[in-house]
Every structure is written in C-alpha cells, then in structure tokens.
Design a protein around this ligand. Sequence first.
Ligand code: UD1
Ligand code: MG
Length: 451
Amino acid sequence: MDTHLIVLAAGQGTRMQSDRPKVLHEIGNAPLFAHALASGDALEPQRRILVVGHGGDQVRGAAETLDPDITVVTQSEQLGTGHAVASARTALEGATGTVFILFGDTPFIRPETLAKMATARRDHSVVVLGFTPQDPARYGRLVMQGDTLQRIVEFKDATDEERAITLCNGGIFAVDATILFDLLDGVNNTNASGEYYLTDIVAVARARGLSATAVTCPEAETMGINTRTELAKGETIFQAVKRREALENGVTLIAPDTVFFSHDTHLGRDAVIEPNVVFGPGVTVETEAQIRAFSHLEGCHVGARAIVGPYARLRPGAELSNEVKIGNFVEIKNAQIGDGAKVNHLSYVGDATIGAHANLGAGTVTCNYDGVFKHHTTIGASAFIGSSTMLVAPVNIGAGAMTASGSVITSDVPAGDLALGRAKQVNKPGLATQMFEKLNFLKKNKQKDSD
Ligand code: UD1
Ligand code: MG
C-alpha cells in the first residue's frame, strides 16, 4: 500500500518565548520537525509534505536545505489541525493508500508504532494513535465502543463524563488517502475553540459508515515540545536513547552520561569514547577508534583505530584515515590526514592534505588564511615537520622532507630536502652573566631608593 506523510508545523509555539519558529528549535542538533519526518520516513512514504505557517519562510528554508525532496505547503492562517491538513490537498491530489499525519513538535514517535498503525489501517479507514497519560490534562479524549473509535472530543468541548475518559489522542493519524479530504470537507468549526479540528474526521467517518480504531503507545512517545523546559527534557531523553543505542551496538562509553550525541552520530563497533566528549552533527567514527576525554567533533570522519584527544577539536571536513593520531589541544579543519600520520600536540591543521605516516611536531600551524582568502597546505608521506613550524599556505612539503623547528616555511620544500626557515643562532660568550649582574645591581639600587 502507498504511504504519504504530512507533518504539521504551522503553529506559533508562543510558549517557547522565542523569535525562532518552534519547530526550528533543535534536539540532538536537528530541528524538531526533522525528527517527526525521520519517524515517518521509516514508512518509506512516496509523498512527504511539511505544512508551515508561523515563520513559514524560515521553516521552508531550513526544510528545503535539509531535505530537497520535501514538499512544503503554507497554511497562511492557523485555523486548526483539520485546516492545516486541508492545505496539503493539492500536494496529495490523486494519492491512494494511507496518509500519515504527524506533528512537527512531537519528536519521539517510534517507527514501530507507526508500523502498528499501518497494520491496523488494513482493516480501518481511520487509525488514531492513543495513549493513557499519567495526567490526561487537556488532551482530546478517545470515545471507544469496543475496538471501534466513535469520535474524539477535545477537552474544551467535553462533558464531565467524557473528561473522565483516560484514553487520549496522541495526535497522530493514519487515514485512507482516497477519502481524507472528503472527510475534512465534512468538518466545521462550531466548537469551543472556533477551529477546524482534524479530530472531527473520526465522527464524520463513522457517520458515513466507515470504520475507525485506535492503536496505543507509551506516553513518552507522544511528548510534545512546547517550552524550553520541555526542550531540555526532550534533549535528555534523546541523549539517553543514543547512549543506550551506542552501548548496545558494541561501543564502550566509560561515562555514558557525559557523552553527547547528534541525531546522525555513527560509532563503529569497539570504538571507545572517554568521558566528556561532544559529537556535533555529521560525525562517523570507525571501529576500534578511541576518542579521548574532552574532545569536540563535528562534520568529520575518524578512521579505524585512530586515536583522538584528549582535548582535541575536529571541525567540519576533518578526514582521518586509519591509525591516525591526533593529540591534545590540536584543531583539525577541512583536512585529510593519511594513514598513521601523527599530529600529537598543540597544532592547527586547516585546509590541508597530510600524507601517510607524516609527523607534525608540537605547535605546527598551517597558516591558511591571509585575511581574505583561504589557502591549501600539502604535506607528503612520511614528511617530518619540526616543532613550531609555521607553514604559510599555499605551500607544498614533499614526501620524506623535513622542516627545522621554529621555521617559517613560505616556499615549497622538495621531497627529501630539509628546510631551515629561521634566523641563524649566535652565541655571545658570558653575556648572560654580565646581564644578570647589571640587572641585579639596578634592582638593589631601586629598593634603596624606595626605603
Ligand atoms: C491536538 C489534538 C488533541 C491531542 C493533542 C495531542 C486536535 C484538534 N487536537 O491538540 O486531540 O490530544 O494534539 O498533543 O487536533 N497546527 C498547525 N496549524 C494549525 C493548528 C495546529 O499546523 O492551524 C500544528 C501545530 O503546529 C502542532 C500540531 O498541529 O504541531 C498540533 O496543534 P496544537 O495546537 O498543539 O493541538 P493541541 O491543542 O495540542
Ligand atoms: Mg499541542
């Protein structure tokens, strides 16, 4: 059966107290709406539609950048969840199968739950996701008769008897694509909020003799993000899930609670992650690599058995091959580091290609920026860069070449050559002793003056 996805993301999110639309706030370094889309993507939908409204241009921009295949439609006035779904009408013209409707501010729906709904959809025109919250508060109530869902009543419109129902609406729907918009045409806004409720399609469907049912999930999955406090709580839940996944996949986390993941962090089997490591977006770490304490990684790839840190920073475009060593207080940006190369201490390597088994001494700096343009540094295989070498890019160091410590290298060094780019050392016999005598004499006189 065909599947299509609508994610509702037009609401304002007033309670975030933010100039940013709510669905652009992030969990695990991905905007909230992307989490909802990711849950839905497990169903391999044919058409995927994001409904935007408040801050629509911003959300559209973010969505199209992240996901070029998405169709973004605008709901210019927020007249309710039913009205929001109706704005996807043209985008779903002629669609058959099932339309799943998810909320952009509800990031924890598991694919398994949606699969359960898809199964139930085989026998029912409308399937709603229900849950039994600890505090039913202001959720819509599911009015069941046996396995049949008769209608959903919003809290504001409910009688005391209906409010006593504990099975609530989690907000997710799976509806026969061929009738969804007909059902919405039957929905009006004569209710306590004056809104077109998506929830009313259940009663409309039942009145037409169509079947509806509910599938349930744990409350944690339906958690919506409305405030900064909920955003922080959501982040905590997300991190707990990622840590557990990593451990279950054979990654060693020495202090799991101190390691922070992004939505797309990939860690290979037998990787070891020491305490206080932060993974920004776009990081892949291969098997048996070791990320030592207090390192920060984003947009990078760490090869098998590489060792990074402690206190290393890998920025976007850092490509570490197998068995590379990146040590303490080293920053790598947009650079390919060949097999077994070592950058062990206090270095900056940016916009560079480093050959296999090269060794960059302490304090090596690729001077890549002239204030306007960025330039490239190339270091050949097995080259040896002396401590505190400034490599003024663009510059090439040949394979097996050496630079003397403290050199400022401004022109290319051919393979196998040694480059000395520093002033020649001059020793003055006894001059240090004379200097000290003079300085100590001056100090004594100064003290006498102030006594
Ligand atoms: C909705 C359900 C309620 C359910 C609850 C679960 C309806 C009528 N009510 O209520 O039964 O228990 O979710 O959390 O559906 N949105 C739009 N355009 C609009 C209105 C809303 O895109 O015009 C989006 C919002 O951005 C949000 C989602 O739809 O992502 C839900 O809207 P919200 O106002 O939070 O609905 P609730 O009142 O919470
Ligand atoms: Mg809500």
